[in-house]
Design a protein around this ligand. Structure first.
Ligand code: HEC
Length: 139
């Protein structure tokens, strides 16, 4: 009896401390922070407003960079996801910048990351500030 209650008192704070360490570590792995539905909406938006310059396969085009592969990851590996969001919302589409809503940018971001092999999760991006806690890693 004494023993059991002693060990549960020790285990509890230890597990809480472990949880506090693990939560950001999971976020930093980057999968699962956008939803499949978001990526699907992003695919439609991308085809209509981005593919003309960046290519249907994200491979890039005449003067527009690839949004996948080495060209993409040299720049975005280990970067905060919010940075990529910010580039899109302020500069894209290059022929009509500033015209996408925050939701559309989240969708486009989800699509680009899914196409780069980052798995979708259950929960979508609700607010851009959530992306401050996400570090992108090349899968
Ligand atoms: C008219 C052509 C054009 C359209 C349309 C366009 N882009 Fe771009 N995009 C560019 C060019 C050119 C650059 C490079 C800008 C620079 O480096 O200064 C770029 C850069 C980017 C980047 C940064 C890439 C990197 O690694 O630096 C992202 C992300 C991006 N575009 C996403 C999008 C999305 C999402 C859309 C659709 C909503 C879109 N673009 C539509 C031409 C276009």
């Amino acid at each position: 009896m004494m023993r059991a209650s002693y060990s549960s008192h020790v285990a509890m704070p230890f597990m809480l401390a472990l949880g506090a360490v693990l939560v950001p570590a999971v976020n930093a792995q980057s999968p699962g922070f956008f939803s499949a539905a978001q990526a699907e909406r992003g695919a439609v938006l991308y085809a209509a407003q981005c593919a003309g310059c960046h290519g249907g396969d994200l491979g890039g085009g005449n003067r527009s960079p690839a949004l996948t592969g080495d060209r993409f990851w040299v720049k975005w590996d280990n970067q905060i996801a919010r940075k990529l969001y910010s580039v899109i919302i302020t500069t894209m589409p290059a022929n009509d910048p500033g015209n996408l809503s925050e939701l559309e940018v989240s969708d486009a971001l989800a699509f680009i990351l899914r196409e780069n092999g980052i798995p979708a999760g259950d929960k979508g991006i609700v607010q851009a500030k959530e992306l401050n806690a996400i570090v992108l890693h090349r899968p």
